[in-house]
Design a protein around this ligand. Structure first.
Ligand code: IPM
Ligand code: MN
Length: 364
C-alpha cells in the first residue's frame, strides 16, 4: 500500500492524552492489517497561540492539507476565553473545517449494553440505540455574515448580530450524504429543522424533500428541533440517521451523548474534501486535564472512523470497534463511566487494553 499520511493535532486540555491513545490503537491496527501509515504532528489551538501567537499557522495548514487524514484531540480552555475571536483556539477548528471543505460531520451514537447503567436514561430507553447524527459543518450561524457588534441605537450597550444562512446547494449535498449513509443502514432519515419559524429551515425542508425523490427506498421524516430534543431523551430508538444544520447538530449531539453514557464515548468524522478530520465530540475538559483520567474511547472510536472512511479498511475499523466493546465487556471503566464504587482504569490503561485487543488477533 502507498504511504498514508495522518496529521496528528493533540491540541489543548485532555486532547494530547486522548490522542496519544488514539495513535496507539491506530498503530496496533496498522501492524495487524499491514497498513503503511506515517504520523505528522502539529501544534494547534491554545497551545499554538502560546507558541506562535496564532491558533493555526498558515504553513501548518498547508502541510496538513498534504495529509489524507487528521486526528485531532480538542482545542480551547479558560486561559484563552477572553481572546478576540480571530486568535481564539476554536478558530483553528473553524479554519480547518472551512479550508479542508469539511461540510459533513458524522456523529454515530451507540448504546453499549455494558454501559447501560452509566447512562442517566433508563436501560429500556437506550437499549439497542444505534443512530447517526449528520451535522452540517461549514454553514449556518458558525460562518454566516454579517457577524458583528454595533452600538445600540438607544445608547444602552450593544446590538450583536449573527447570521443564519443556507443555500440550496449547501443543504442538498449534506442531505444527499445522509440519504446515502442511510442506504447502508436502516433506511430512515429524520431531517431536523425549525421550519415553523426560520426561513433557512423552510428551504432546508423543501430541499430535503427534493433529495428524497432520488432515494425512493429511504423513508424521510421531518421533525422540529425542539421536538427532536425531547424525542432523543424520550424514545431515541426511533432514529436511524438524523440530518441537521450546524448549531442544531452541535446541541443535539451533546444531548445524544447521554444515551451512550458519557460524552467521552462519542467519536466524529468530518468529511467533504480530500483530507478528512477525525476527533472526539468532547471538548478539552480543562478541569481534568493532565490527570490521566480522561476517557480515550471517543478518540479511539474516531480512529475506527478514520480507518473506515479515509483508509477504506472496514475490517480494521470493525476490529477497533470490537476491541472497544471487548475492553468494556472486561469491565474496564474510565472515571466518567464508573458508577458507585466501580474500579477505574486510567486513560493509558484503557488505550493499552484496546490496542492489545486489536493486536491480539495477529497470531490467530
Ligand atoms: C464541537 C465543539 C465545537 C463546535 C466548539 C469547540 C467550537 O463543540 O465540535 O461540537 O461547536 O463545533
Ligand atoms: Mn459541540
Amino acid at each position: 500500500m502507498t504511504e498514508f499520511r495522518v496529521a496528528v493535532l493533540p491540541g489543548d486540555g485532555i486532547g494530547p492524552e486522548v490522542v496519544r491513545e488514539g495513535v496507539k490503537v491506530l498503530r496496533a491496527a496498522a501492524d495487524r492489517f499491514r497498513l503503511t501509515l506515517t504520523f505528522h504532528e502539529f501544534t494547534v489551538g491554545g497551545a499554538a497561540y502560546e507558541r506562535y501567537g496564532v491558533p493555526l499557522r498558515p504553513e501548518d495548514l498547508e502541510a496538513i492539507k498534504e495529509c489524507q487524514a487528521v486526528l485531532l484531540g480538542a482545542v480551547g480552555g479558560p486561559a484563552w476565553d477572553d481572546l478576540p475571536a480571530a486568535v481564539r483556539p476554536e478558530k483553528a477548528l473553524f479554519t480547518l473545517r472551512k479550508e479542508l471543505g469539511l461540510y459533513a460531520n458524522l456523529r454515530p451514537v451507540r448504546a453499549y449494553p455494558e454501559l447501560a447503567s452509566a447512562s442517566s436514561l433508563r436501560p429500556e430507553v437506550t437499549a439497542g440505540v444505534d443512530l447517526l447524527i449528520v451535522r452540517e459543518l461549514t454553514g449556518g450561524l458558525y460562518f454566516g455574515e454579517p457577524r458583528r457588534r454595533d452600538p445600540a441605537p438607544d445608547g444602552d450597550g450593544w446590538v450583536a448580530t449573527d447570521t443564519l444562512t443556507y443555500s440550496t446547494g449547501e443543504i442538498r449535498r449534506i442531505v444527499r450524504l445522509a440519504f446515502t449513509l442511510a442506504q447502508g443502514r436502516r433506511r430512515q432519515v429524520t431531517s431536523v429543522d425549525k421550519a415553523n419559524v426560520l426561513e433557512s429551515s423552510r428551504l432546508w425542508r423543501e430541499t430535503a424533500r427534493e433529495v428524497a425523490r432520488e432515494f425512493p427506498e429511504v423513508a424521510l421524516t421531518h421533525q422540529l428541533v425542539d421536538n427532536t430534543a425531547l424525542q432523543l431523551a424520550r424514545a431515541p430508538g426511533q432514529f436511524d440517521v438524523l440530518v441537521t444544520e450546524n448549531l442544531f447538530g452541535d446541541i443535539l449531539s451533546d444531548e445524544a451523548a447521554a444515551i451512550a453514557g458519557s460524552l467521552g464515548m462519542l467519536p466524529s468524522a468530518s468529511l467533504g474534501g480530500r483530507t478528512a478530520l477525525y476527533e472526539p465530540c468532547h471538548g478539552s475538559a480543562p478541569d481534568i486535564a493532565g490527570r490521566g483520567i480522561a476517557n480515550p474511547l471517543g478518540a479511539i472510536l474516531s480512529v475506527a472512523l478514520l480507518l473506515r472512511h479515509s483508509v477504506g479498511h472496514g475490517e480494521a475499523a470493525r476490529a477497533v470497534e470490537e476491541a472497544v466493546a471487548q475492553a468494556l465487556a472486561s469491565g474496564a471503566r474510565t472515571a466518567d463511566l464508573a458508577r458507585g464504587g466501580e474500579k477505574t482504569v486510567s486513560t493509558a490503561e484503557m488505550g493499552d487494553l484496546v490496542a492489545g485487543a486489536v493486536g491480539s488477533r495477529l497470531k490467530g
